[in-house]
Design a protein around this ligand. Structure first.
Ligand SMILES: [Zn+2]
Ligand SMILES: [Zn+2]
Length: 296
């Protein structure tokens, strides 16, 4: 095992470590950004981080990235320190700004010879490749995405069966309750199965529908806990959930661990600590996502 994994127990599936991208040995899953809506900075946010949504699963065959929030910027910098870039696939849950705004600063896009595939839901109503090309081009960004250097391919997810396999990872997806639609992904490799449900207004209806079955038995559930129960009272229909709904879903679906994510942009570290303690009364194996958190 390489040096940067020494000292970690692979049985401990949640660690605090900021780890390098490991392409050589065991697959590694890392959270690079856990903030919702807008990136934030400041001492009050320093432990959980201010970067917006981004996750990566590195295997021997390539690196699978979910979402390109500002968390993807540090991930790109890590990848650029490697002599050879692995094949890279970025899968989008949806196109809200907090999930795409890091894309223009993802340095591998600028490297000649890099191969990067961008994927999203084929049922999206808008022309999503066109939207991304508009975002990463003048006047919003000084350079056009096509002039970045990498070979970039836009590829919709398969229309049938809501599942595929890439880089040795079994991938399934499920629509969530969110304005303009968001997808949950379930990523399975070896003994690990992680469900990522970043933007989801989880209530009795959605929890009792097919989504509970989609999550069933996952080793880790990463779920949208943007609101407190009191906040949600005035935010029905805004597309986000509560820690309480996440904890109940985790218990019902029998997952191994729950990681709360998409933290509200005003939620300070100490407040997140309190939400986790409250959720642990319903589902003891609850944690909160933070930038640089290695899940396995
Ligand atoms: Zn979001
Ligand atoms: Zn959203």
């Amino acid at each position: 095992m390489v040096a940067y994994l020494e000292g970690f127990s692979l049985k401990t599936i949640v660690s605090n470590a900021r780890v390098k991208v490991n392409m050589e040995n065991e697959p590694t899953f890392t959270i690079h950004g856990a903030r919702g809506t807008m990136a934030v900075s400041g001492r009050a946010f320093s432990r959980y981080g201010g970067e917006t949504t981004c996750f990566s699963l590195a295997t021997r065959q390539g690196i699978l990235i979910v979402d390109a929030g500002t968390g993807i910027i540090a991930l790109g910098d890590q990848l650029m320190r490697q002599s050879d870039l692995p094949p890279i696939t970025i899968m989008f849950t949806h196109l809200h700004l907090d999930h795409v705004i890091g894309l223009p600063l993802f340095k591998p896009l600028y490297r000649k010879g890099a191969s990067i595939t961008l994927m999203a839901d084929p049922h999206r109503k808008e022309n999503w490749p066109g939207c991304l090309r508009t975002l990463v081009a003048p006047p919003f960004w000084p350079l056009d995405l096509w002039h970045f250097g990498a070979a970039i391919r836009f590829q919709p997810l398969p229309r049938q069966n809501r599942r595929m396999r890439t880089y040795g990872v079994e991938i399934a997806w499920h629509p969530l309750r969110h304005p303009q639609q968001c997808l949950a992904y379930r990523l399975g490799i070896q003994k690990h199965s992680v469900v990522i449900a970043t933007d989801n207004e989880l209530d009795a209806d959605t929890a009792n529908g097919g989504f509970t079955d989609f999550c069933r038995g996952a080793s880790v559930l990463i779920a949208d806990a943007q609101y407190t129960t009191a906040e949600y009272f005035t935010k029905h229909g805004w597309g986000h959930g509560t820690w309480a709904a996440c904890a109940r879903l985790a218990a019902t679906a029998g997952v191994g661990r729950l990681i709360l994510t998409h933290h509200d942009r005003r939620r300070q570290d100490a407040q997140i600590d309190r939400l986790v303690r409250q959720a642990q009364r319903i589902f003891p194996a609850t944690h909160a996502a933070r930038s640089g958190m290695r899940v396995y």
